[in-house]
Design a protein around this ligand. Structure first.
Ligand SMILES: [Zn+2]
Length: 412
């Protein structure tokens, strides 16, 4: 596809990697790529199909959400599991368009994005962020992905699956489940290795999967030169992830100083998801009792866990994990994270660190040769991160793959 070229004139650039802004540069986008960036104060002589006079607004990398669920049209995940995938995909396409308009040009889906919707995005049939899909997340029987209530008579039968998860027990079944996801096109594999808030029968402290099962998944992912991301709340589960070669530890809400040190040594990433915890907490009186009881301790510790990781030098990604009516609050994650981290670190997490985490080195940076996924912000988010929390007003333009998705400079 021929993508018309664009020049952004008189931009102030945050490149996603350095804690500074570079003023008064021109940026040329050609065939979906950042072709050239002028020196400060100099103009590019090239011409383009379109010129945007950015007037000093901040051009920064498109945002990456490394913990997203495109099928999550309701908080009732047991219901999603039993819903036709075709319906989930139609709801997902709507949600994805809205997410792109909140500045997220890439999402890593942590359970459920089926490969049909990924293909539709790649073919440009729907307007959406690029998706890195895990296929279905893999849970043990009675684990975080097993949403059957305790009094449900139906036996698992094993290797059963819904629209978001697969149940697999034993090394062989885990290996098969991983191979199935990878065969179908999964970019990475998702496992659950500790209890979680929304699942009905597993306490948060419960270790899930044996070392042999986790190792089988890590090895199978490696055969495709990819990696495992794992849901883990407790310090024990997070430490186990780091020791067993899991690249991406999701949530990590109860990580303590010692665990953070180990994760830093092993080089795993941690992807906090503060906004879902906060959104659930605000509605705690409406939650089922088992969810409310599990939520409180992790809500109390989640910010401290980010601080421990930050101090230990752990690479912190950026995720949101929102469901149902909570979507729309995705950008609040910036403000929550900034309670314990400098603005620059939070912005780096959502751009260049997430790009590194998901093995996409050409994303998450404003740099010559990188993919032209950009947002243009009417303000300086390094100084005031609340600009990130008002995308409708503050994001003047959104560009994915060199194409303007939103352009409020029009007609000026
Ligand atoms: Zn999740």
């Amino acid at each position: 596809m021929n993508i018309p070229s664009i020049i952004l004139r008189n931009a102030t650039v945050f490149d996603g990697e350095n804690p500074i802004l570079i003023s008064d540069v021109d940026v040329l986008l050609e065939n979906g790529v950042i072709k050239a960036i002028s020196k400060p104060g100099e103009r590019l002589f090239e011409t383009a199909s379109q010129e945007l006079f950015v007037k000093g607004q901040c051009v920064m990398p498109g945002l990456i959400d490394a913990h997203f669920h495109c099928n999550s049209f309701t908080l009732d995940i047991a219901k999603i599991e039993k819903t036709h995938e075709s319906y989930c995909s139609i709801r997902a396409s709507q949600l994805l368009t809205e997410t792109l308009l909140r500045g997220f040009t890439t999402v890593r889906d942590a359970a459920g994005a089926n490969f049909g919707i990924v293909r539709a995005v790649e073919e440009g049939i729907i307007t959406a962020p690029r998706i890195l899909s895990s296929g279905k997340a893999i849970s043990q029987t009675g684990g975080h992905g097993d949403l059957r209530p305790a009094d449900e008579l139906q036996l698992c039968g094993c290797a059963s699956h819904g629209s978001m998860t697969i149940i697999a027990d034993g090394e062989d079944q885990v290996r098969l489940a991983v191979r199935e996801q990878l065969r179908a096109g999964a970019n990475q594999i998702k496992l659950f290795v500790s209890g979680g808030v929304i699942s009905p029968t597993d306490p948060i402290w419960m270790p899930q999967f044996s070392d042999a099962e986790i190792t089988a998944a890590v090895q199978e992912a490696a055969t495709r030169r990819t990696y495992v991301m794992a849901h883990a709340h407790t310090a024990d589960a997070s430490a186990r992830c780091a020791r067993l070669g899991i690249r991406s530890i999701e949530h990590g809400t109860l990580i303590d100083a010692q665990c953070a040190q180990l994760i830093a040594e092993k080089g795993s990433f941690v992807v906090p998801t503060l906004v879902i915890i906060e959104q659930l907490y605000q509605q705690i009186e409406n939650l089922p009792a088992h969810m409310a009881a599990k939520l409180v301790p992790i809500r109390d510790q989640a910010l401290a866990a980010v601080e421990h990781c930050s101090k230990a030098g752990v690479s912190l990604g950026f995720g949101t994990d929102l469901f149902g009516k909570f979507h729309g609050n995705e950008n609040q994650e910036f403000v929550l994270r900034a309670k314990v981290q400098p603005n620059f670190e939070v912005l780096r997490s959502a751009t260049s660190i997430n790009a590194e985490l998901i093995n996409q080195p050409l994303l998450g940076k404003v740099k010559q040769g990188c993919i032209a996924d950009l947002i243009i912000v009417a303000g300086n988010p390094l100084e005031d991160i609340t600009f990130m929390n008002s995308p409708d007003e503050s994001f003047t333009a959104i560009i994915k793959n060199g194409q303007l998705i939103k352009n409020n400079f029009k007609g000026e």
